[in-house]
Design a binder for this molecule. Structure first.
Ligand code: HEM
Length: 159
């Protein structure tokens, strides 16, 4: 929808727009460390939110891993909200701050389906510097305190 003008409310988030691709590292106190390939895309429809889609894969064999999709909304000066759904039966609602190209969000609600792994809180920090998008995800899950699960540096991909 690149022909449509970005909604003025979304302008402060326009630095995220486009496709980003790269590799990340995962860990958690209960699992073996791992690496993953990842592609994400932020797009817009002219409405006052960004649409976010992500997919990941095992770099060794290309086998799909986690994926997620959702909406990122600027809600007031310097504040953002994100709603996300994951095929693993987990949903997240996060709220936080936007400072230049740094977004820091903490969950206000994590919903899990009856068979999903137990996750009670998530923290996501996203930043862009030049053509690199970096993020870190920490979570409190499966009876562990808030600990790092993911970090990645993704490069801006051609449109
Ligand atoms: C880049 C995205 C992600 C990748 C590549 C990824 C990958 C993995 C892998 C490989 C494992 C270990 C094997 C397994 O239990 O399936 C795992 C475990 C887990 N992940 Fe993720 N994950 C991602 C995002 C998330 C997110 C967003 C959440 C929650 C909000 C999450 C929650 C969990 C939990 C709860 C476990 C289980 C830990 C345990 O049972 O000890 N993951 N993840």
């Amino acid at each position: 929808m690149s022909e449509v003008a970005v909604h003025p409310a979304v302008e402060p988030l326009a630095f995220l727009l486009g496709r980003w691709k790269g590799e990340g590292k995962g860990e958690y106190p209960t699992i073996e460390p791992f690496t993953y390939g990842e592609e994400i895309e932020y797009s817009h429809t002219g409405r006052p939110f960004l649409y976010y889609v992500q997919k990941t894969w095992n770099p060794a064999d290309g086998y799909p891993l986690h994926s997620e999709a959702g909406y990122l909304r600027p809600v007031a000066e310097g504040r953002v909200e994100l709603v996300l759904a994951q095929p693993s039966g987990i949903t997240e609602i996060l709220a936080g701050s936007l400072n230049g190209s740094l977004i820091e969000m903490t969950s206000t609600l994590v919903g899990v389906s009856p068979t999903a792994k137990q996750v009670s809180a998530v923290r996501r920090v996203i930043s862009v510097a030049g053509s690199t998008l970096s993020y870190q995800l920490d979570m409190a899950a499966v009876a562990q305190d808030m600990s790092i699960h993911l970090r990645a540096d993704l490069q801006k991909a051609e449109a």
